[in-house]
Design a protein around this ligand. Structure first.
Ligand SMILES: O=C1O[C@H](COP(=O)(O)O)[C@@H](O)[C@H](O)[C@H]1O
Length: 229
């Protein structure tokens, strides 16, 4: 784990956007395309607009979410709606977006339609994880019955989860699919997130705090981008 600390979210977002642009443009130069996985929630909103305003060969970039609430994509709490409104704008409007939504009876029934979209993608270039105050990341929640399946090394790329401590069924990328990335970041803004990070580093059980599976991975180092405000 490599901790990068910034005085505030503006400084963090400028530096983070620069690091992401270097990663994405290197991927485009070397492989002709780049894949970026982003998280939902409140934390990434300012980063999204910084990225959207930045010049890049966005038409060669594929963007998808680490997770989404199982809601129609126009719903207020849809992460897809948030990404479309804040990231897929200006320059970044040319990026190719892969949705984690498919119409079905529920999230579990939707997985067979969504899985091939994500399973078919090559190794990601960058994954930006978020973290809730309960230590969840993506939609791998400590309270959900599907957590062990989502953390399994041989898990399929996508699964449905049903948190008991948060609303909505979810579609989440599995730990295995998220770790299949050249760079992994954890994006944390707010003083409330620091004690959660310390708690996650103080013990090892990912069933208690799923973010530990990433922070304490034996062979993968993740960059934690933290600003207190
Ligand atoms: O439910 C979710 O929450 C986490 C953290 O959100 P934040 O508002 O505290 O930044 C997010 O990473 C995840 O994508 C989202 O579905």
């Amino acid at each position: 784990m490599n901790l990068q600390t910034f005085s505030d979210s503006n400084a963090l977002n400028q530096a983070f956007a620069q690091q992401l642009l270097t990663i994405l443009s290197t991927a485009i130069a070397e492989r002709g395309q780049a894949t970026l996985v982003v998280s939902g929630g409140r934390t990434p909103l300012a980063l999204f607009s910084t990225l959207a305003n930045t010049e890049l060969a966005w038409d060669k970039v594929t963007i998808l979410l680490a997770d989404d609430r199982y809601l129609p994509t126009s719903a207020e709490h849809s992460n897809e709606r948030l990404v479309k409104a804040n990231l897929l704008q200006q320059h970044a409007a040319k990026a190719h977006f892969i949705s984690l939504y498919a119409e079905a009876a529920d999230a579990f029934a939707a997985v067979p339609q969504i899985l091939p979209r994500v399973a078919a993608l090559p190794t990601f270039d960058a994954v930006i994880l978020g973290m809730g105050e309960d230590g969840h990341t993506a939609s791998l929640f400590p309270c959900s019955q599907q957590l062990a399946a989502g953390l399994a090394d041989d898990a399929p790329a996508v699964l449905a989860t049903e948190p008991t401590s948060a609303p909505y069924q979810r579609i989440s990328l599995s730990k295995a699919r998220l770790l299949d990335s050249r760079h992994i970041f954890l994006h944390l803004v707010g003083e409330n997130k620091y004690p959660v990070l310390q708690q996650a580093l103080a013990d090892t059980d990912p069933m208690e705090m799923p973010i530990r599976a990433f922070l304490q991975h034996p062979s993968i180092s993740i960059d934690v981008m933290y600003a207190p405000q």
